[in-house]
Design a protein around this ligand. Sequence first.
Ligand SMILES: [Zn+2]
Length: 681
Amino acid sequence: MSADTNPLLARWSAAFDAPPFAEIRTEHYRPAFEAALAENRAEIDAIAGNAAEPSFDNTLAALERSGRALDQVASVFFNLAGSDTNDELQAIEREMAPVLSRHHTAIYLNDALFRRIDTVFSRRGELGLSPEQARVLDRYHTAFRRAGAGKPEAVKQRLAAISERLASLGTQFGQNVLKDEKAWSMKLDGEADLAGLPDFLRAASASAAADRGESGHAVTLSRSLIEPFLQFSARRDLRETAFKAWLARGEGGGETDNRALIAEMVALRAERAKLLGYPTFAHYRLDDSMARTPEAALDLLRSVWQPARAQAERERAGLEALAAGEGDNIALQAWDWRYYAEKKRRQEFDLDEAELKPYLQLDKIIEAAFDTARRLFGITFTERKDVPVYHPDVRAFEVTDAGGASIGLFYGDYFARPSKRSGAWMSAFRSQERLNGAISPIIVNVMNFARGADGQPTLLSFDDARTLFHELGHGLHGLLSDVTYPLLSGTSVPRDFVEFPSQLYEHWLEQPEVLQRYAVHYKTGEPMPKALLDRLIASRTFNQGFATVEYVSSALVDLEMHLLAEAEGFDVGAFEAKVLAEIDMPRAMVMRHRPPHFQHVFSGEGYSSAYYSYLWSEVLDADGFDAFVESGDIFDGETARRLREFVYAAGNRQDAAQAYRDFRGHDPKPEALLKKRGLAA
Ligand SMILES: [Zn+2]
């Protein structure tokens, strides 16, 4: 199949050169991958076999120009495999994971190619490279070394085999979690089963049942449905059933059980690190991060753990007292926590999620997030109905700068559906660069909000609204990118820096001046009453002991697992229990993500031994937002200009620590983090 007949290989000509989704059929993927892989192999052979003396242009820039077709095919495929998958796409995904791994390994372990890069690298001082070119050279040299370039043949073969196997295991892991989530739902029969559920949750559970072709109401394992169910359901038995199912994802025995996969992955990662000269996988992984060493990451996690743990213990005592006061004489269990915390919040701050929610309409929060970008960076989002989308739920927006010039395309895909992976993420169909003419980015935000029942607007929880701001923060990192070389574009920064632009963006949602304007009641159009707004803001640090313990315990288990020098016969259940006992995990609390469904860590390499990144970046965002506070204006133009120049537009043009310093004028101060979470002594 050629470019004439396969839309994945053609030059796209729809509005904004968006992918022609309607023309793409499942049978296009295999031949498109095949052709694109062959093209890329030929490009690599030509670069590696070039008879001319190695130069920046004929080696590094040539690498940067190569692989276009493969990027185009892979970006469409993997975006859809995450957000709108089916059995056939999943089969192709399992098939392609090892093929793509083999392909990339062959490039990074190509001796002739590495010799050329190494030659250019050794002469870097005399080549008159621009700062961005020097960065590209340094990043390629580092990536090749970290992949094992220059190692003996036998080592390289083993490294290739390990990568290939890890790619297959990671794919299988994610598919297993999705299967477990799809397989489970709990029917709520009649009023007795709906006890305690407010209107919005009745509507959302009706819509979840309808999505599954059922009548009545149902709870699923989608976070935006099960969390409110645990918060509101007065039926302790149903909370327990749902919570246990949620917790057991990936651990149910049978075909979708992920424990054996984890054992193999942890062992393979440890072996790879050793072959590359590192004591453990965590040392290998963090060597190329902002933290640099596992010790630095552990130090941060541990410094937060004790105050968070103490706070969580106090919170639990408070919840048990509240339960006792209501005549519920119980030892609080994990499935009770959110329920009593919701009551406590109502009691302490007179704040009720069900009272808040009517003010948090999805469409208004989208507008608020866009308007924040306009006020900070002068950019505008305009909805376009003439752009192809991959699912009827997806909305497309043109993004223009202050002068009206188009800078990119943004897709918002907001609703949960059975064909979508859980969680929320940003991804790109195309990244910004200027090497082949000015290429504008096509960015997507994917979420899993529970849709409002027929004709009713979708109402968000405050956490959902925060997620929306978070992902648009990542989105802006892709949209505002302003680099020449694709390697450095947008979010291609160290994992423990990449959450800085996203978490920083969350701060604007919490500002009265944003909420007053966009938090308006869906029936009356009235803005959120001042008193409610004040109570919402006052409750910011409520239950933060719980949230921090949930998160930090997950990050510690992730790091400790990857700090094993030997992992033969790894028993993940026993290991999880051991680490949690060592850190003295508070009773009635569980990890935010238990290993058998910890997709950050096992669905590919993404956050493996790097789940700490969120907290690391939070040190930056807490201190970074203070720059606006100190200026006296949360939209201060000069601060926003520096933020755009050194962070949102800069991609990986420079070292992350330096980028932060250039924006802020000093290194981040960790105290701001404890203050933000209400954990400061
Ligand atoms: Zn993020």
